[in-house]
Design a protein around this ligand. Structure first.
Ligand code: FEO
Length: 397
């Protein structure tokens, strides 16, 4: 396990988590990396650490290029434990002269790690002389935690962005030009939808701020996935696009079913949508993961939610995905609810209320079927699909 050189003085010393399949509720089908970076200046500096269990891997990589006890400075750009989990052990082993974080970073690291060492505060515009080069800092509050911060290595022109511009993708190929674009675009989209989406307005402001500062780094080095050395503007451009949440003529139809009735309704709605030309993504929660639903919603313009009623309640799988989506606050959606019930249809109407609370423009009262939908009920569903198609077409033109 060797360090990988990414510029004359900078090495990647992170860890690859090939087996991670769940990141606090987000299905990470391709694993992830926890990137840490070592700057071999006159004052050797470590940018971020890794998840606690991966400390031996990081340490081995550091040892391949330097005695870890020569590290003088550690920067913690973000307090979440996939980057700070190994910080206490690193400080104990390396005994650096200084550890730095943002003010919120100091607060959050203290509350999580209860460290026995001092963490100094840096803020936007502050600079640290690391001997032969300078690190400057840009706070990125709520991208995606209050403590999030970026560090810029001036002479080497590398921006260390922590979670920002990252993706959950375990890869032994550490650079953008070595990875399959079709795969990484999908993973970048999934990462944005599941981690960054609620902070899209902040992303837009932040990208403007970075532009105003004249920051256009040669290399962007995030803490997940690979390093952008060939064309960092690609991921910056994608973030601007994702943050805009411009609706397209695409509807996500998410549902579950007990005895097939709600599914019959879903298929009829899909038919109505398709007849008008809307692209339909049907997602049964029997087979799809909540994190894939929000990924599909990122560029969609409509959501239709179908639930059966179980014990006078929303079906549990649907309550799960609705709770997840509510937190991620996707904007610019129209929608409606539908479903089958036996003797109490009220829970289907409560889905409409939840969609309203999420800021979704409701285009129709919920469509409810007593047990199995008959032909007139299926026609009602198809008409709902046609109505959503019509509204969506007006919205996106
Ligand atoms: Fe990769 Fe917010 O931690």
């Amino acid at each position: 396990m060797k360090a990988v050189q990414i510029s004359p003085k900078v090495y990647w010393v992170g860890a690859i988590d090939w087996n991670l399949r769940d990141f606090h509720g987000y299905a990470t089908d391709r694993g992830t990396t926890y990137n840490a970076y070592l700057i071999l200046g006159e004052k050797p500096t470590l940018i971020d650490t890794v998840k606690k269990a991966f400390y031996p891997e990081m340490l081995t990589r550091i040892q391949s290029v330097i005695d870890p006890q020569k590290i003088e400075i550690i920067i913690s750009n973000h307090a979440e434990m996939d980057h700070s989990g190994a910080l206490c052990q690193a400080v104990a082993d390396m005994n650096p002269k200084e550890v730095y974080a943002s003010a919120m970073g100091v607060k959050n690291l203290t509350a999580q790690l209860h460290p026995a060492f001092e963490i100094k505060t840096v803020k936007t515009g502050d600079k640290i002389d690391i001997g032969g080069d300078t690190l400057s800092f840009v706070e990125a509050r709520m991208l995606h935690w209050p403590d999030s911060m970026l560090a810029y290595l001036e002479k080497e022109d590398i921006l260390f962005t922590n979670d920002v511009f990252g993706m959950h993708l375990a890869t032994s190929k550490l650079f953008d030009d070595e990875n399959d674009e079709q795969i990484w675009i999908q993973e970048a989209k999934k990462y944005y939808a599941n981690i960054v989406l609620p902070y899209s307005d902040i992303v837009t402001r932040f990208l403007g701020q970075v532009q105003q500062m004249g920051l256009s780094p040669k290399v962007i080095a995030p803490d997940h996935g690979f390093i952008w050395r060939k064309d960092p503007s690609k991921i910056v451009g994608l973030y601007a696009q994702f943050a805009a949440q411009k609706p397209t003529n695409k509807a996500v139809l998410v549902y579950d079913t007990m005895w097939g009735s709600t599914e019959k309704m879903a298929f009829a709605i899909a038919d109505g949508l398709r007849q008008g030309g809307t692209t339909v993504q049907l997602m049964s929660m029997h087979t799809c993961h909540r994190s894939d639903v929000v990924t599909q919603l990122l560029d969609a313009g409509a959501i239709l939610v179908g639930t059966p009623v179980l014990n006078s309640n929303i079906f549990p799988a649907m309550a799960d995905v609705l709770c997840y989506l509510k937190g991620l606050k996707k904007k610019n959606l129209i929608g409606a609810a539908f479903g089958s019930y036996g003797w109490n249809g009220a829970p289907i109407d409560s889905v409409t209320k939840i969609l309203e609370e999420m800021g979704i423009e409701i285009v129709s009262p919920s469509v409810k079927s007593l047990f199995v939908p008959d032909q007139p009920k299926l026609q009602e569903c198809e008409d709902l699909g046609k109505l959503v198609n019509q509204k969506l077409t007006e919205k996106v033109k």
